[in-house]
Ligand binder design. Structure first.
Ligand code: NDP
Length: 450
């Protein structure tokens, strides 16, 4: 496999989830591997995405937990939230993980170049210091970045990258977009005491999610005080003398905020990589077009993860990187199965889902059945919190297979992972019914819906 004509067998651009997994698995198969990373080892998920976001979600949730504690007998006379403490502890954890990712690469004898790499040929790259490196195969895993619209004053806005470094917690936050990031940060900022306004261009949020579940999130969010502006857009952002930002709006009233967060999707990082010169085919959105084996239109160049703009989820990028390395360096070709990928929005309350929504199932399968459980979690009853969870099963009438599970409520993502196994395994509603409930839990609702 080793071709001594080249400096390395594999050169990976980007040390995020997909790149690190591909590098270490290929190295484990005996390949000589190098990685270039211009920022931090770990990529979006570890450095400025899933991990620090989840820690902020945990931090923010204490606000409700402390409220609810009183009915459980806890007397907490004084509570004060200190943003720098949470922020700095989260950043310290990110640094620890960055170190572990670096160690993993070092332990697998992967060379890490802490610099930008640009492709100069089908088997060559140049590093920022002028060095040229050659490799038998090149894997592009540079990820994606937040999209920003062409709006006057957009330089006053922030993206999810910036939230983890805010000097102080804003009192008023406007969030553009109605997807994963918008709803997750809406929950975080709201719990931490800010007034949050979500602005979306359409009349819904979380497009592609089950409508009943989305409706429940909107209702709970509105009841909590989050403001929604639908069918609305931004004309301009103007910084005012007191430092606040005046959002000049289209389709709704103007809004004044301390921070304006744009979360309107993420664009593949394919610029200035030298791809145009090499004729690497891109989609209209700038994503690298790949085949089943992650090979681009140039046979020695491959791509995995967000840069291919298919399923922008960490576990998918990891599987793609692993499959690439096994196929190209391990001698056992494998492909990733993209069916029934579970996902979650870590909103307050969170959502977990796998499989088809009710309307997708109707379109695809024709006759279906749905089952719902609309309940108030036990701990909320005692706490006096008037917030209901909603669980929904979508079942194919012909086969009785459960083809979709949609949950909103406390710990929904934790509960969903187990249900995702059942959906992936093709289990039927009768299998769910035959499973004895685990009492008292919220998850037992999954096997009690009739
Ligand atoms: P999403 O794709 O989730 O949502 C984008 C939102 O922005 C939608 O509400 C969309 O509106 C709106 N939008 C899209 N384009 C424009 C535009 N040009 N102008 C105004 N509004 C626009 O994007 P996010 O940024 O929230 O997240 C990016 C990706 O990161 C996600 O797709 C997801 O794959 C991943 N992610 C996953 C997480 C998780 O698994 N928990 C957490 C965070 C991110 P509409 O739909 O109404 O057209």
């Amino acid at each position: 496999m080793t071709d001594q004509h080249f400096d390395y067998d594999l050169f990976v651009v980007g040390a995020g989830s997909g790149g690190v997994r591909a590098a270490r698995i290929a190295a484990g198969h005996g390949a000589r591997v190098a990685v270039a990373e211009e920022h931090k080892v770990g990529g979006t998920c570890v450095i400025r995405g899933c991990v620090p976001k989840k820690l902020l979600v945990y931090g923010a949730h204490f606000a409700e937990d402390l409220d609810d504690a009183a009915m459980f007998g806890w007397d907490i006379p004084e509570r004060r939230f200190d943003w720098p403490t949470l922020r700095d502890n989260v950043l310290a954890e990110v640094s620890r993980l960055e170190g572990l990712y670096g160690e993993t690469l070092a332990n697998h004898k992967v060379t890490v170049f802490k610099t930008r790499a640009v492709l100069t040929g089908p088997n060559s790259l140049s590093l920022a210091d002028g060095r040229t490196i050659t490799a038998g195969k090149i894997l592009l895993a540079p990820g994606a970045r937040p999209a920003l619209p062409d709006v006057p004053g957009i330089e006053h806005a922030i993206t999810s990258n910036d939230v983890f470094h805010l000097e102080r917690l804003p009192k008023r936050v406007v969030i553009a977009g109605g997807g994963y990031i918008a709803n997750e940060f809406a929950g975080i900022f709201h719990q931490l005491g800010a007034h949050v306004t979500i602005v979306n261009r359409s009349d819904t949020i979380l497009r592609g999610y089950d409508e009943q579940i989305v409706d429940r999130l909107v209702k709970i969010s509105v009841a909590k005080g989050i403001d929604f502006r639908f069918n609305a857009g931004f004309e301009a952002l103007e910084q005012q003398e007191d430092g606040s930002i005046l959002c000049r709006m289209r389709g709704t009233q103007d809004i004044v905020a301390d921070e304006v967060l744009f979360a309107i999707g993420r664009l593949p990082n394919t610029e200035e990589l030298g791809l145009d010169r090499l004729g690497v085919k891109l989609t209209e959105r700038g994503a690298i077009v790949v085949d089943k084996e992650y090979r681009s239109s140039v046979p020695s160049i491959f791509a995995v993860g967000d840069v291919t703009d298919r399923v922008q989820l960490t576990p998918v990028a990891i599987r793609e990187g692993h499959a690439f390395a096994d196929t190209q360096f391990g001698g056992h070709p494998c492909v990733v199965d993209y069916d029934n990928i579970p996902s979650s929005c870590f909103s307050h309350p969170p959502i977990g889902l796998v499989g088809l929504t009710e309307s997708q199932a109707k379109n695809k399968l024709g006759v279906i059945r749905t089952y719902t459980s609309d309940f108030r979690p036990m701990k909320y009853v005692l706490a006096g919190r008037n917030e209901r969870a909603l669980y929904k099963l979508v079942v194919d009438e012909g086969s009785d297979r459960v083809v979709g599970v949609h949950l909103i409520g406390p710990d929904a993502p934790e509960i969903l992972q187990g249900a995702a196994i059942a959906v992936k395994a093709g289990l039927t509603k009768a299998d769910f019914d035959a499973t004895v409930a685990l009492h008292p839990t919220m998850a037992e609702e999954l096997v009690l819906m009739r």
